[in-house]
Write a protein that binds this ligand. Structure first.
Ligand code: PGA
Length: 273
């Protein structure tokens, strides 16, 4: 596992976007070779999406041969609702880039048969050849996607009832009225994300510091589902200084030491200034 520690949340957004650009460009996608990207919603990845849009506008990155799979979607919220993840993704990212709508996959939380919808999503990922790079955020309770504390670490895409902590955290998007927050969601499982060739997790802010500590300094534990990625062969955690507050000085020094200058190389394209 790599932990890249950057000075601010803005730097995390820029670094993550550069990393995605480099991975896609190095892959050299084409009509017979799509790059398959797993994507999150939330406030954390917004900076990354803004920078990816900028790279696209500057002609440095094309999404023509990219397929995407989103992590999750609320159940029962209309697609046009500003808090639906469909709306979030189109508004904040997809409508600004050259991705073909057919290559975008977001779970349908209004499907007639939700179980079938989840199974179909797993099949589509398989048909696409698996996810090359799955990007995620985490909740303060250590959840990844909507894999709440106690979720099976081998779980697949399914319906989840959301934890009270998540409802409270998300109430800010629903007029601070917890009764308006959908209580169920469709979500990829921990196992679904574990199957990706590489996983990049973005963590920013002091409110995520305890979760980051649980994710990397303690053992694998289904009460902190993000800790499962200790057992993934290719996990990259990208955080800001604030998120490191609960880590041991030794841990921070270790990762800063080994990745000090190297982290620039991980994300820099030769074409970058
Ligand atoms: P956030 O949400 O990026 O808005 O903090 C992340 C999450 O809860 O998974």
């Amino acid at each position: 596992m790599k932990l890249v520690i950057l000075d601010s949340a803005d730097s995390v957004g820029l670094w993550a976007a550069k990393y995605v650009k480099k991975r896609i460009n190095d892959f050299q996608p084409g009509p017979n070779k799509y790059f398959v990207l797993g994507l999150p919603t939330g406030s954390t990845p917004l900076g990354m999406y803004k920078n990816l849009i900028k790279f696209h506008e500057e002609g440095k990155l094309s999404f023509e041969y990219v397929k995407t799979f989103n992590m999750d979607e609320y159940v029962g919220l209309p697609r046009s609702h500003p808090e639906s993840y469909h709306y979030f993704m189109w508004h904040n990212f997809f409508k600004h880039i050259n991705i073909k709508p057919d290559n975008v996959h977001i779970l349908d939380g209004n499907a007639e048969n939700l179980v079938e919808e989840c199974n179909k999503f797993e099949d589509l990922i398989k048909e696409a050849g698996g996810v090359e790079l799955f990007i995620g955020g985490i909740g303060p309770d250590g959840h990844i996607a909507f894999n709440e504390p106690g979720s099976s670490l081998v779980s697949r895409t399914r319906i989840k009832t959301l934890a009270q902590d998540t409802l409270e955290a998300n109430a800010r998007f629903f007029d601070n009225d917890i009764s308006k927050v959908p209580t169920k969601a469709l979500t990829v499982g921990v196992g679904t994300v574990m199957d990706a060739k590489e996983v990049m997790i973005l963590i920013t802010g002091t409110h995520k510091a305890f979760a980051l500590y649980k994710a990397i300094e303690e053992g694998v534990n289904h009460m902190w589902t993000v800790s499962a990625f200790q057992q993934h062969p290719n996990t990259l955690m990208v955080c800001d200084e604030d998120a490191t507050l609960e880590l041991r000085v030794k841990t921070v020094k270790y990762f800063k030491g080994i990745l000090g200058n190297l982290h620039n190389k991980l994300a820099e394209d030769e074409a970058d200034d």
